[in-house]
Structure formats: structure tokens, C-alpha cells
Design a protein around this ligand. Structure first.
Ligand code: P1T
Length: 393
């Protein structure tokens, strides 16, 4: 393991719009290059066995990745960050932090891949219980009965955009000596900082808003605990899901515009949500910024913005939904989210196909549910694109 891992300094720069650019983004000390070098190397020369400059092998650490970790830790107001090869591998590392046989209480609406990871891979190691975490009383009851070692929250959830009161759940967890993880992918560190609200770990799929350009797969975990930080890096080194230097460099570049991108996503999403809410062919719209959202008050309390994700239920069946999804032109029909370009998808068939139909139906993930990742294009163009699709059904 590296002796000197990072030159982490608690950032003195207050505004996050400045931190996205300057923390980890300082000029190269040797050459003055304003952009960080891509340390495209697998290994590092040692002066004598065990005597090195803090880096031994890129699976364990890499200077380009270290810069990204510095930046992301600062964005989540965290002491540490561990960057991984994907969002799911970040989740895997957290699962390995727990002793075998641990109980994990998880929100009942999570990304389909997370559900698959827990129910088809880690079910052999841990015990999972899925509940609606939007009601803290339900969480309190489940914690008493199930005695979880860890509570896993996604808020807002993918794809139903349900919102959990992080502070309330983290308080319940602390009393029961359970850890709290928040998957903060949908909000990005710009709109929500779960560690500040009492969570122990924050996780992101960097593939989404943090990188923002749909050209990298990556993940990260932010935390304050020194022991768990050491454990995460030991696990990453032992198992191997480390991000490549080039991908870390691309995220370092992408993250520079995160603050302005999130503002633009939100501005567009609000207009699209208002348009959808008035549309006669829409049964229901879910967007945290609409007063009709069931947890609007919690959203206002704990989020600094409402994000760029919208879920809506089309009046009609699977056939109509398929027609709608095949008719849009500007919205690309694709999995993923959080890029500058607008995406549209059908969770039941695409991102959440690994959730059994019975489970999907029990939580309201129906065949007429359509998910939008609203990009930063001209919003009128986006609305016209949706209008054409509505005309076709
Ligand atoms: O794709 P990956 O970087 O491994 O991240 C997984 C992941 C974790 N958490 C959330 C909330 C996610 O949305 C994802 C990935 N989601 C999609 C690919 C999607 O289209 O919803």
C-alpha cells in the first residue's frame, strides 16, 4: 500500500462552483501545465525496496485518480474519497466492509443493477430487507425488528423519485448503531450533501452527473471515517475495481462544469415537468420540484435543487409507451442519465428489467412509466420533441 496517498487539504475555498474547478485541478508542479497530467502508468520506480514516492502500482493508487478523489471529497464536504471503476463496484466495496451475515435494510426502489447486485450476488453473504424508507416511522419499526448493520438509501430513488428524510433516518440508524449509506447519484454533490445530514457514506455513479458527458463509467464513495477509508482502499487493492487514469482524467475535466450543468438541468426539468403536468395524455408526473410531489417538503428541506430527472405515467399501456419512446427524436432512447444530452427510457424493460415483475408492480413501477433525464439543450426544442411523441399515441 502507498505510504503517502494524497495531499488532502481541507478546502479553504467556500463556493462549490469554484471547488469543482480548483480542488484537484491545480497546475502541474513540474511543468506548470494548467491541466493535470494523465499518469498513464501501471507501476512506479522505487529508490530501494519499499522506498517510493507514495505510489507503487496503479491498482492501488494513481496520481490522476488521487486528484479526482481530492476534488470529489471536497464537493461532498468529506474527509476521504475512493474512486472506483463503476458505481456498482463502489457498492460492492461497501458490501465487503461488513462482516458476513450482516442485515441490510434497503429502500424498496433502487436502481435495477443495485437490486440485482444485492439479490443475486450478495444475498449469499448478507441478509437484505427492502422497505419504503420515505416514512421514518416505518424505518424505525423495521430497525427494531430486523436490527440492520447498515441502512441503504437512494434519495431520490431510481426511477420513482421517492425522497427519504436523510437526517431522520441517519438519527434512527445511529441510535441502533447501524451505518447509513446514501446513493446520491441523482442529486450530485451540488444539490445534496448526505454526510452533512448524518450519513456515514455517500456513493455516486460518476457515470452520471459528476462526469456528465456520457463517455465514462465510474463510481466513488465519500466518507469521514479513517478506519473505513483504510478498509475501502485495502479492498479496492485486493479485489481490483480501480478506475483507469484516463477515465479519472476525463471525470476531472467533466466535473469542472458540474455546478453550471446542474443549474441548467434543473431549469429545463422544471419547465418540462410543468408542461407534462398539464398534458391531457399524462396520468401523473413525479418531479421533486413540483408541489404535487408527495415528499416536496422533505425535498425543499434537504436538497439545494430538484435535479434533472422526471418520471411520468402515460395514459395507456405498454404498446402506447413503446410507441412514444420510439417516436421521440431529440430525447435519445438509452439507459443511463445525467449527461448533457436528454435521454428517455422505459425502466420496466430497460434499467429495471432485473427487478421481478411482481416486485416492480408492488412498488408502482408499471409499464406506462417513462423516465426522462432532461439535458441542457434548448428546453423549447425538448418540449416540441415530446409534443410530437404525444401526438403519435
Ligand atoms: O452504471 P454504474 O456506474 O455502475 O452505476 C450504477 C448505479 C448506481 N446507482 C444509481 C442510482 C444508478 O442510477 C446507477 C446506474 N443507473 C443506470 C445505468 C440507469 O440508467 O439508471
Amino acid at each position: 500500500m502507498s505510504k503517502k496517498i494524497s495531499n488532502h487539504k481541507k478546502s479553504t475555498i467556500q463556493d462549490i462552483a469554484t471547488r469543482v474547478i480548483h480542488v484537484g485541478g491545480y497546475p502541474d508542479k513540474e511543468t506548470g501545465a494548467i491541466m493535470p497530467p494523465i499518469y498513464q502508468t501501471s507501476t512506479y520506480v522505487q529508490d530501494s525496496p519499499g522506498v517510493h514516492k507514495g505510489y507503487e502500482y496503479t491498482r492501488s493508487h494513481n496520481p490522476t485518480r488521487t486528484r479526482l478523489e481530492e476534488c470529489l471529497a471536497s464537493l461532498e464536504q468529506a474527509k476521504h474519497c475512493c474512486v472506483t471503476a463503476s458505481g456498482l463496484s463502489a457498492e460492492m466495496l461497501i458490501m465487503h466492509l461488513l462482516p458476513a451475515g450482516s442485515n441490510i435494510l434497503c429502500g424498496d426502489d433502487v436502481y435495477g443493477g443495485t437490486y440485482r447486485l444485492f439479490t443475486t450476488v450478495f444475498h449469499k453473504m448478507h441478509n437484505f430487507k427492502f422497505i419504503d424508507t420515505t416514512d421514518p416511522k416505518k424505518v424505525e419499526k423495521a430497525v427494531k425488528e430486523f436490527k440492520p448493520a447498515l441502512i441503504w438509501l437512494e434519495t431520490p430513488t431510481n426511477p420513482l423519485l421517492k425522497i427519504t428524510d436523510i437526517q431522520a433516518v441517519a438519527t434512527i440508524a445511529k441510535k441502533a448503531k447501524a451505518l447509513t449509506v446514501v446513493d446520491n447519484t441523482f442529486m450530485s454533490p451540488i444539490f445534496q450533501n448526505p454526510l452533512v445530514l448524518g450519513a456515514d457514506f455517500v456513493l455516486h455513479s460518476m457515470t452520471k452527473y459528476i462526469n456528465g458527458h456520457s463517455d465514462v463509467v465510474g463510481g466513488c464513495i465519500m466518507l469521514n471515517n479513517d478506519h473505513y477509508r483504510k478498509e475501502l482502499f485495502r479492498l479496492q487493492n485486493s479485489i481490483g475495481p480501480s478506475q483507469s487514469p484516463f477515465d479519472s482524467w476525463l471525470v476531472l475535466r467533466g466535473v469542472k462544469t458540474l455546478a453550471i450543468r446542474m443549474a441548467a438541468h434543473e431549469k429545463n426539468a422544471m419547465k418540462v415537468a410543468e408542461y407534462l403536468e398539464k398534458h391531457p395524455k399524462v396520468e401523473r408526473v413525479v418531479y421533486p420540484g413540483l408541489k404535487s410531489h408527495p415528499q416536496y417538503a422533505v425535498a425543499k428541506k434537504q436538497m439545494l435543487g430538484f435535479g434533472g430527472m422526471i418520471t411520468f405515467f402515460l395514459k395507456g399501456d405498454l404498446k402506447k409507451s413503446s410507441k412514444f419512446l420510439s417516436t421521440v427524436k431529440l430525447f435519445a432512447l438509452a439507459e443511463s442519465l445525467g449527461g448533457v444530452e436528454s435521454l428517455i427510457e422505459h425502466p420496466a424493460i430497460m434499467t429495471h428489467a432485473s427487478v421481478p415483475k411482481k416486485v416492480r408492480e408492488s412498488i408502482g413501477l408499471t409499464d406506462n412509466l417513462i423516465r426522462l433525464s432532461v439535458g441542457i439543450e434548448n428546453v423549447q426544442d425538448l418540449i416540441e420533441d415530446l409534443e410530437l411523441a404525444f401526438k403519435s399515441v
